[in-house]
Design a protein around this ligand. Structure first.
Ligand SMILES: Cc1cc2nc3c(=O)[nH]c(=O)nc-3n(C[C@H](O)[C@H](O)[C@H](O)COP(=O)(O)OP(=O)(O)OC[C@H]3O[C@@H](n4cnc5c(N)ncnc54)[C@H](O)[C@@H]3O)c2cc1C
Length: 411
């Protein structure tokens, strides 16, 4: 334990950054921890921003993950409202420069700077994106006075915004460039199921729909559609994904590509090519030794799981058991859950329910397969069933085993 760092500097005071600080203390680290955050807010949680905060069920205070008391108990020095602007690696420690010109020296650095929401070309300032608490508060205020909403992009965040807006009684149009919503995360078949959730709730969902740009209208926002026509609404949100926030690292030898792939890390979170620098969360692309590739998760649970791995690596403790990737989305009163890595699949096999044969979406559970192996399981409003498949996904089990489990659970 004696060669533990004296000062761990964590860049990014969101979920991954905060959890790294907490996990360091849980692992027995007694040295200094500094947590640097670009935003002025105390560390807060993002999933409620497109759910409870937008519907009005929660106020902003409920999203806070660590208030002043928690931070003090953790013994963490918080630097809020101060983005890091450069990292200068050195043999005897690294120097992190902050926007006010001050610098922090640490002998271990953890990068947890998350994503920037992507915008469309020439997107007007009045059009919303949703990544931060300030974004969510601005969108909520706009929805309060609106009768109609246009959402560009039917990924999870776009669909959740549509769900919240329908709940508030707005007319909602959703444009999606791909043939099905959430197809990148779920594939076309289960993406089509999420599309049914949208249309059954009265959303005007237009798939394979692209835009050529924004048009000037006297009130509200208008987008021009490829092939003609336009959609006009009081409020518009663009939800077309995010880009890893690595611009501030320009010039540092991080091995990060400019391809949006994130910071390349080993399976312990160590950034390739940089000594004593780790990365966690949405910004980090870790090597996956099980599947022999590298993957960047944009999931709440992954940021938490990775923080535990990194904290234990920093203090020289054994890693925790390998976690199964997991994410969820709450839309139209139903929870969508995915365990594992659907993007590795070449097939899909129904396990429960008959949503894939046009039956009810709720209760549908399916396995994603690569050859005869289960690489992921997804469920719609079927939390108790989905949980039963976690060990099978973790073990990369054969589909036959998943079918046996399904039969034992009553199909
Ligand atoms: C609206 C929304 C809803 C979501 N819903 C779900 C969900 O239902 N289920 C799910 O699994 N996942 C969900 N997610 C994803 C989940 O919230 C993220 O995976 C998680 O927040 C990742 O944590 P992170 O620490 O990597 O990034 P973040 O939580 O984004 O934290 C990064 C922090 O770094 C700060 N930062 C950036 N640049 C700098 C800099 N140069 N210097 C200092 N600080 C900097 C940022 O201000 C930010 O606070 C949602 C995300 C959003 C935006």
């Amino acid at each position: 334990m004696s060669d533990q760092p004296e000062h761990v500097v964590i860049v990014g005071a969101g979920l991954g950054g905060l959890r790294t600080a907490q996990q360091l203390r849980s692992a027995g680290y007694q040295g200094r921890i500094s947590l640097v955050g670009a935003e002025r807010h105390a560390p807060y949680d993002r999933p409620p921003l497109s759910k409870q905060l937008l519907t009005g069920e929660w106020d902003a205070e409920r999203t806070v993950l660590a208030g002043p008391d928690t931070v003090e108990e953790l013994g963490v020095r918080l630097h809020l409202g101060l983005p890091a602007v450069a990292l200068r690696p050195g043999d005897g420690g690294h120097e992190l420069e902050l926007a006010d010109g001050s610098a922090l020296r640490g002998d271990a650095v953890v990068i947890a700077t998350g994503l920037t929401a992507r915008a469309l070309p020439d997107q007007p300032a009045a059009v919303h994106t949703l990544r931060t608490l300030d974004d969510a508060l601005a969108l909520r205020a706009a929805l309060a006075d609106a009768g109609s909403l246009l959402v560009v992009g039917a990924g999870f965040i776009g669909a959740e915004v549509a769900s919240a807006a329908r709940g508030r009684g707005l007319d909602v149009t959703v444009l999606e460039a791909l043939p099905a919503p959430s197809a990148r995360a779920l594939g076309p078949e289960l993406g089509t199921l999420t599309g049914r959730l949208l249309t059954e709730a009265g959303v005007d969902l237009r798939t394979s729909a692209t835009t050529t740009g924004f048009a000037d209208v006297p009130a509200g926002v208008a987008v021009e559609l490829t092939g003609g026509g336009r959609v006009v609404a009081d409020v518009a949100v663009v939800g077309i994904g995010g880009t890893p926030r690595l611009d501030w690292l320009d010039g540092t030898a991080t091995g990060a590509g400019s391809d949006g792939a994130g910071l390349h890390c080993g399976p312990d979170g160590r950034v390739h090519g940089l000594h004593a620098v780790w990365a966690v969360g949405d910004v980090a692309a870790w090597d996956d030794p099980v599947h022999g590739d590298r993957h960047r998760h944009e999931h709440w649970t992954s940021a938490t799981d990775q923080a535990a791995v990194v904290a234990r690596d920093i203090v020289g403790a054994a890693p925790p058991p390998r976690a199964v990737p997991y994410f969820w989305s709450d839309q139209f009163g139903l929870k969508i859950q995915v365990l594992g890595r659907p993007e590795l699949a070449d097939g899909l096999a129904p396990l429960h329910g008959n949503g894939l044969e046009d039956g009810p979406v709720r209760g549908t559970v399916a396995a994603y397969t690569a050859g005869d192996r289960v690489v992921a399981v997804a469920g719609f409003g079927a939390a108790r069933l989905v949980a039963r498949y976690r060990p099978l996904v973790a073990a990369n089990a054969e589909l036959a085993q998943a079918r046996e489990t399904a039969a034992a659970l009553g199909g």
